[in-house]
Design a protein around this ligand. Structure first.
Ligand code: ATP
Ligand code: MG
Length: 479
């Protein structure tokens, strides 16, 4: 009997099933989840765990914060049985149940009709048959159900064997299933990245079979799957599937255009390959850095020029920032997340010379923003690893980091709020109301204090305010 990476013994289907059941019986499901299931079962109904929590429990992965439950109860009936619910997809029969500390996405057993818009079934017919419900699910490893009360384990499509073989297999005919719902190929890429599984050949070949359907998928859904893909250990595994199937071109054309663009002689990969390596090397727990890593060089295809037998990419950071902005806007990223990523792309080329004065370092910090410094260093470390110079930060940057740390722990003034005077002081001194003029006075003071930290004294600064008034405006009134 061999043991595969999943930890499940692999001698026979029966043995596999027994050990899976044994494993599921040992899971300490949250009490609130079990009591919700019990409440749904009252009066002879069914309620079972499905989806990610069953799959991940079998893989020995950490428990979920959202549990997927399937039931034969009608949605209105589910809503009536719990105090706190949210109708998150009522037309599909999905209700979010909030009970104590658990969140449950509860879906009524259903079978689906045609998918005219590549995303939503034309008709949803509720059914009392769990197997019919499992048949409409995307992958065999996601079409497993576990009933912690009766200890029934349902696996109609060989999902357990696929888990054991670490294989992603569409339920039913892959092309038809991907045609029905064009988000599914992206989910395959997501699971390839998060689980490290490979699609079986039929599923792989079908990923790009209906590229025109990709544009039918709501960008928010695409983003949600991409965000999960990007939080994986190795996003590159999923991104490569998207590239192979032509879907990268559909959803992230700016990145697809980096395929085959050669870099200069210092790089062994094309721009795209380098981007994937930097992305994998970036910290998974920092999504903004991950995205910036993936997108940091997308300005290169447009700025590439051959000079003296080598390639240059002048201005690629600015061009890349604009392209990143377009891409993230199209995927409906929240403004703050988008701005943070775009900023990192724009500033990723920062350079440092040991001869820089403290004032020069303070000016740089002011430009990139103190908040962005740690991210920029993480991005640079990933970039260095991505160039296969696995040596941490180059010596110069290590020194830069040390000096910045010193500056940040010293009294160094880097932001308006570090000034010894406030906007209120400025308004009182000049007798002006809140408005852009106050900001302009403070900015001018900051410029000066960055060069000469010793003037950051309240009386000193107030004296300057009184003498100079608002920059660009005729002198202050006589006191
Ligand atoms: P996660 O661990 O990220 O929650 P999950 O597999 O539970 O992964 P969900 O998006 O929560 O993913 O979906 C729950 C279940 O619903 C899936 O396991 C799958 O059975 C089914 N499902 C979700 N999206 C689709 C889809 N587009 N097509 C078919 N079935 C789907
Ligand atoms: Mg889930």
């Amino acid at each position: 009997m061999g043991r595969m990476k999943s930890g499940l013994p692999s001698f026979s289907a029966g043995g596999l099933r027994d050990s899976a059941t044994a494993r599921l019986r040992q899971v300490a499901w949250p009490p609130a989840l079990l009591s919700a299931l019990a409440r749904l079962r009252e009066g002879g109904h069914r309620a079972v765990l499905v989806g990610g929590s069953v799959r991940d429990a079998l893989l020995g992965r950490p428990p979920h914060d959202v549990f997927d439950v399937a039931t034969d109860r009608q949605p209105a009936d589910v809503i009536a049985r719990f105090e706190r619910t949210e109708p998150i997809g009522l037309s599909h029969g999905t209700v979010l149940i909030l009970l104590d500390d658990v969140r449950i996405e509860c879906t009524t057993f259903r079978r689906e009709g045609a998918y005219p818009d590549a995303r939503h079934p034309e008709s949803v017919a509720f059914t009392r048959d769990l197997k019919e419900d499992l048949a409409r699910r995307d992958l065999t490893i996601n079409a497993l159900a576990w009933d912690p009360a009766s200890l029934d384990f349902t696996d109609p499509f060989g999902g357990l064997e696929d888990l054991e073989r670490r294989v992603l297999r569409a339920v039913g005919d892959p092309s038809a299933r991907f045609f029905e719902d064009a988000l599914r190929p992206l989910r395959v890429a997501r699971f390839a990245a998060t689980l490290g599984f490979e699609p079986e050949p039929g599923t792989r070949d079908a990923l790009g079979a209906s590229p025109e359907r990709a544009s039918c998928v709501a960008p928010e859904r695409v983003r949600a799957e991409l965000e999960r893909l990007m939080a994986a250990n190795r996003p590159s595994a999923g991104l490569e599937l998207l590239r192979e199937s032509g879907l990268l071109e559909r959803w992230m054309p700016e990145l697809a255009h980096c395929v085959g663009v050669p870099q200069n002689r210092f790089h062994s990969h094309d721009v795209y390959g380098h981007s994937l390596q930097v992305c994998d090397a970036a910290p998974a727990a920092k999504p903004a850095v991950r995205w910036a890593a993936l997108l940091h060089d997308i300005g290169k295809p447009d700025t590439r020029e051959e000079r003296a037998g080598d390639a240059t990419f002048y201005g690629h950071a600015e061009v890349g920032a604009a392209l990143a902005d377009t891409l993230l806007t199209r995927l409906r990223f929240a403004n703050d997340a988008r701005e943070r990523i775009v900023h990192l792309v724009k500033e990723h080329m920062f350079d440092y010379r040991p001869v820089w004065s403290d004032a020069a370092l303070r000016r740089w910090l002011r430009r990139v923003g103190v908040e962005a410094v740690a991210d920029l260093f993480d991005l640079r470390i990933a970039d260095v690893i991505g160039n296969q110079r696995r040596a941490g930060l180059p010596a110069g940057l290590e020194e830069m980091r040390r000096r910045i740390e010193d500056l940040m722990t010293s009294e160094a003034v880097l932001r308006v709020r570090d000034l010894a005077v406030s906007g209120r002081d400025v308004m009182a001194m000049l007798g002006i109301a809140e408005g852009p003029a106050v900001g302009a006075v403070l900015e001018a003071l900051l410029e000066e204090v960055i060069e000469h930290p010793e003037v950051n004294e309240r009386d000193e600064l107030l004296r300057r305010v009184r003498e100079r008034g608002v920059p660009g405006v005729a002198g202050p009134r006589e006191a």
